[in-house]
Design a binder for this molecule. Sequence first.
Ligand code: NI
Length: 135
Amino acid sequence: MSLQRITITIEDELLERFEELLERRDLGNRSEAIRDLIRRALVDDEIAHGDGDAVASLTLIYDHAQRELSERLVEAGHAHHARVLSTLHVHLDDRLCLEVQVLQGSPAELQVYADRLLGLRGVKHGELVLSSTEL
Ligand code: NI
């Protein structure tokens, strides 16, 4: 892999804040951090405009004692089994469960699926993180 050196122009204050962020979050040097930002922008663009499948992780924190919730989650998984590649389940305490589902499919379908699960009564928190295998 060959590397190119580029020069960018940036306001003092913006650079100062960026360097504080790198320091605080231990994100490496400027070049590494800027390469990461560029990769993230390319992945986001691929997800938004690409016609290929996305891969994703869907994290859910839910109360398994909520009436019918466990059944609804299992039914949703079976109804969309082609998209659910794997599931990790951890019992956090006497009520709460953490579940991570690894998904593959079109970004729009995965978003609809995630929104449905995240909207179920008893799901306390959760997030869909989309990624691309194209980069
Ligand atoms: Ni559990």
